[in-house]
Each structure stands twice: as structure tokens, then as C-alpha cells.
Ligand binder design. Structure first.
Ligand SMILES: Nc1ncnc2c1ncn2[C@@H]1O[C@H](COP(=O)(O)OP(=O)(O)OP(=O)(O)O)[C@@H](O)[C@H]1O
Ligand SMILES: [Mg+2]
Length: 499
């Protein structure tokens, strides 16, 4: 259930140390001894990796090589690189190549824990921002569905195959399990992605309007039809029509729908001739549609038309391993939206969240997290912040857990690659002593400006843990200027070492 961290290091002693430390932080580990082996694990879709701890210097494919290949393969897993003391050149290259953070060997557990936690949170937030953007642009794909459960992996695999064809899909599942999200992912992963995705909520339209809404009407077809209306089928032309709550469709509309599906054409109310339409149908229901057929409320011939590929999305309580991941995502999003720096979820709260039944499924969890983020006082969410799932038994004092299963919001920072301010930056405390710059040299003369500038930059990079946007913002210089200056410092440093 915990996040899975891939450790890649060619040194056996380092590997053992890191493995032990990362596990003590509460994560699962996969340990490999080369860059190539790391790429193999990362490419394996059945084994999702949440973050990587990567050694930069390895024989064969080295750390920078791994970062380059990850970028080529569009793998967006956050990477924390390990560097030997004084390897600032490497750090610059690694950060440029997309590393999230760096740690200097030998790294202590606290530093590594903060770094991994931030990497996971930033990545969750990035995922959320991407999902929101995709959703707005109608480009949701299966990658936007947050899940780590086998139960869902199976459904996703079928969904992906369905996306490659125009086969009618019927999505069944309780309320709030993500049926619409799934339908949008099928559409967004299909060749119809650039065409419209049109939703009809069959349960929310009055019986007498269903036909005109689905198939359109001519001007004057009935009282109140003052304008010609195209109808959802025509609107969805070339794309996907999502029939939500399809079990609620009145019988008369079912007849017309069946004919439209059989003949690939629709007839507007009051229209003279049918119009050809090319529409892919995805329907959804939170009832058992077959029972509706048996009870005589749903036509069996239509049922078989819609039910060609049935997919059942399991309720959240049947895939509890998804809960910590969903929680991490929702926390990242609401924390950012509400500008709340919530650092973690207490062990007690986590236990209740994972064991609760969630009758409203993912939507209920999403709303519970939203509410908790808005109403909580401290920087930790506790069981009492989730009243919906707290039983009647009194809640005792909880001790904050180390990081095992603890979830954190971004230590306020910026999402790599995005220039969206999330919250004011907070440096990691006690990493360095207070940055006192000595302006005089040992002879009591003023030190060269260049030297002092280099010291300030080095300090700032450590202080903001290599988050270059933040460093640049705080120093009030552009990112490219910062990189250029770091190159110069690095060059000077290595020249100094040589001479
Ligand atoms: N796997 C998931 N990852 C991220 N968000 C999810 C996931 N599943 C559901 N959600 C979110 O939960 C909410 C409910 O999802 P959705 O509307 O797709 O559910 P539904 O099954 O259609 O519900 P209903 O039956 O009530 O219409 C949405 O905000 C959706 O984005
Ligand atoms: Mg829905």
C-alpha cells in the first residue's frame, strides 16, 4: 500500500544502507544495481514506481543516462539523485535533466525522508493538475485514473482495449466509483479523442423531453419548440455519446435509441428524414441493468446492444489499497487550492480512512478530504477531521507517525516544470547554520564580489533543496541566469581543484 521507491546504485554497501533507510521511512523498495536494470523496472507497467533514488555515477548507463532515457520515454516518476560531496556540476546537470532533488552521500535518514516525501507530494500534485487540465480540455486518459489495485488494473486493461475500437461499452458500478472518469478515459484514449464527448444524464431529463434531447427536434415540432435543435446524437457526431444512468431511460425512448443504434441514423422529432450519425456509445449505470431487464423496465434487445462489452468498476472498499494513493492526490490538490500546508495524516486517521466502507466511494473520499483540509487547524489531519468515518468511540490522543503511511502535502514549493505558486516556500530547517556571509577575508580586506556571490548561490541551492525555481525567485534572478552562474561556479570549482 505504501509508495514504492526504486533504488539504483552500483555499490552493494550503499544499496543495503539505502534499502534499509527507505524501508524505515515506511516505503516499499525495489533495489537494482545498474542504470539499465532501473530502466527495465521503470518500463514495467505492472510494477508502478512512485519515486527513484538514483546514484549518478555508475558504470554502464549512469544516472544522467537514466534521466535522459526517462525523459525520452516520457516517464514522469520523480527522481532524487545521490551525488558525492562536491559534485555540483553533476547536480546542475541532473537538475537540468529533470531530477526533483539531490542528496549528498552519505545521506541521513531525515534528509532522505524529507526529500522523498516532497518528491511524492509534488508528483501527486503534478498529476492532479494534469488531470484537471486534461479534464478541462476533454483529453483524459487512463493515466489520469489514480489507482494501485489489482482489481482496477484488470478493468483498466479491458478499458484500454475497448478504447482501441468503437465497441459499445457498458460501465457498471456503485455511485462515485469513477464511471464517468472511466468513460472519459476511454474516449480520450481512442481515435475519437479530438471529437466531442457528449454526456446525457438519462435520469435527469423529463420523460417527454428525452427524445427531443437525444435526437433533436424541428422548429414547431411541439409547443415550445421555438427553435430547431440538433440533439445529443448529432452533437456527438464523430465522437462519443455517454449515456449516464441509462437504466432510467423511459421505454419509448428505448425503442428509438435501439433503432438509432441498429441503423446508425436518428430521426429528429417532427423531422422528415433520418440523418446518418457516427457515434460511439458508452453507457453507465449504478444499478444491475440485467435486473431491470428481468423486471421488464429495460428492453432486452437494447440491453444486448449496450452490453457488448460490460465493465464493472469495483467499489472502493473492494480496493482499499487505492485509498492512500487517492488520499495523497486529493490532499495535494486541495492543499494547493486552499493554500493550506498540511504536512501529514496521522496514523489513526489513516487507519480509519483505509478501513472505512466509503458507501459514496471515491467521490465521498474526495469530499471528505476537501472538508478536512478546509476545517483542520494544524498541519496534520487527524481522525476527528473526518467526522463522516469516525465511529462513536472516543478518539484518543494520537502520536504522529514517522513517515510510514504518513502522507504529506508539498512542503510548500513549486511544481517542477510548472510555474504555479502553491504556497510560500519553506526552507528545510537546520540543514545549514544560518547563512552568515563573511564579507572580510583573513587579512581584514573585502572579499571579491564574485566569490561572495558564489557562496550565496551555493547556500541558496542547499537551503531550498535544489528547487531551482524557488532559488531563482528568492534571489530575484532568472532561472537561466542562475544556471549560467552555477555553471561558472562549478567550472571555477573544478578549475580550483585541478590547480
Ligand atoms: N481513480 C480515480 N482517480 C482520481 N479521481 C477519481 C477516481 N475515481 C473517481 N474519481 C473522482 O471521483 C469523483 C466521482 O467520479 P465519477 O463522477 O466518475 O463517478 P461515477 O461513478 O460516475 O459516479 P455517479 O454514479 O454518482 O455518477 C470525480 O470527482 C472523479 O474525478
Ligand atoms: Mg457519474
Amino acid at each position: 500500500m505504501a509508495a514504492t521507491i526504486l533504488i539504483a546504485d552500483d555499490d552493494a554497501v550503499q544499496r543495503r544502507l539505502l534499502d534499509n533507510m527507505v524501508q524505515r521511512c515506511g516505503y516499499r523498495t525495489i533495489v537494482v544495481e545498474s542504470g539499465d536494470a532501473a530502466m527495465t523496472v521503470l518500463a514495467d507497467e505492472t510494477q508502478p514506481i512512485d519515486a527513484v533514488v538514483l546514484d549518478l555515477v555508475m558504470p554502464g548507463l549512469d544516472g544522467l543516462g537514466v534521466l535522459a532515457r526517462m525523459r525520452d520515454a516520457s516517464l514522469h516518476v520523480p527522481v532524487v539523485v545521490q551525488t558525492a560531496h562536491g559534485g555540483i556540476d553533476n547536480v546542475v546537470s541532473a537538475m537540468r535533466a529533470g531530477a526533483h532533488d539531490f542528496v549528498v552521500k552519505p545521506v541521513g535518514i531525515e534528509r532522505l525522508q524529507v526529500s522523498l516525501r516532497n518528491a511524492l507530494d509534488a508528483s501527486a500534485l503534478k498529476g492532479e493538475l494534469q488531470r484537471i487540465r486534461h479534464s478541462r480540455e476533454g483529453r483524459l486518459t487512463f493515466k489520469d485514473i489514480v489507482t494501485r489495485s489489482e482489481a482496477m488494473a484488470h478493468v483498466l486493461a479491458i478499458g484500454q482495449k475497448a478504447a482501441a475500437s468503437a465497441i459499445p461499452v457498458l460501465i457498471e458500478g456503485e455511485s462515485g466509483v469513477g464511471k464517468e472518469l472511466f468513460a472519459r478515459a476511454i474516449h480520450g484514449s481512442s481515435e475519437r479523442a479530438s471529437k466531442p464527448f457528449v454526456t446525457v444524464n438519462c435520469g435527469a431529463i423529463p420523460d417527454n423531453l428525452v427524445e427531443s434531447i437525444l435526437f433533436g427536434h424541428e422548429k414547431g415540432a411541439f409547443t415550445g419548440a421555438t427553435e430547431r435543435h440538433a440533439g445529443k446524437f448529432v452533437e456527438a457526431s464523430g465522437g462519443t455519446l455517454f449515456l449516464d444512468e441509462v437504466s432510467e431511460l423511459p421505454l419509448t425512448a428505448q425503442v428509438k435509441l435501439l433503432r438509432a443504434l441498429q441503423q446508425g441514423e436518428v430521426e429528429a422529432v417532427g423531422g422528415r428524414k433520418p440523418v446518418k450519425v457516427d457515434v460511439r456509445i458508452i453507457s453507465a449505470t449504478n444499478r444491475n441493468l440485467l435486473n431491470h431487464v428481468k423486471a421488464g423496465h429495460f428492453r432486452d434487445d437494447l440491453f444486448y446492444r449496450l452490453h457488448v462489452l460490460p465493465l464493472t468498476i469495483p467499489p472502493l472498499r473492494a480496493r482499499r489499497e487505492d485509498i492512500p494513493h487517492l488520499l495523497r492526490h486529493f490532499l495535494a490538490r486541495f492543499g494547493a487550492e486552499e493554500n493550506r500546508a498540511i504536512a501529514r495524516v496521522s496514523a489513526g486517521a489513516m487507519e480509519r480512512l483505509v478501513t472505512a466502507d466509503w458507501p459514496g466511494n471515491v467521490r465521498q473520499l474526495e469530499n471528505a478530504v476537501y472538508r478536512a483540509v478546509v476545517l483542520s487547524d494544524g498541519d496534520e489531519l487527524r481522525a476527528e477531521d473526518f467526522p463522516a468515518i469516525v465511529g462513536t468511540d472516543a478518539i484518543g490522543e494520537e502520536s504522529p507517525i514517522p513517515a510510514a503511511e504518513a502522507l504529506t502535502l508539498p512542503q510548500p514549493s513549486r511544481v517542477p516544470g510548472q510555474d504555479i505558486p502553491i504556497a510560500p516556500a519553506q526552507p528545510v530547517p537546520a540543514m545549514l547554520p544560518h547563512g552568515n556571509l563573511s564579507m572580510l577575508d583573513e587579512q581584514g580586506e573585502t572579499r571579491p564580489l564574485e566569490e561572495m556571490e558564489a557562496e550565496i548561490i551555493r547556500f541558496a541551492v542547499s537551503h531550498y533543496r535544489g528547487q531551482m525555481s524557488e532559488v531563482a525567485r528568492r534571489l530575484k534572478i532568472g532561472r537561466s541566469t542562475l544556471y549560467r552562474k552555477m555553471d561558472e561556479i562549478g567550472g571555477a570549482a573544478s578549475k580550483a581543484e585541478v590547480s
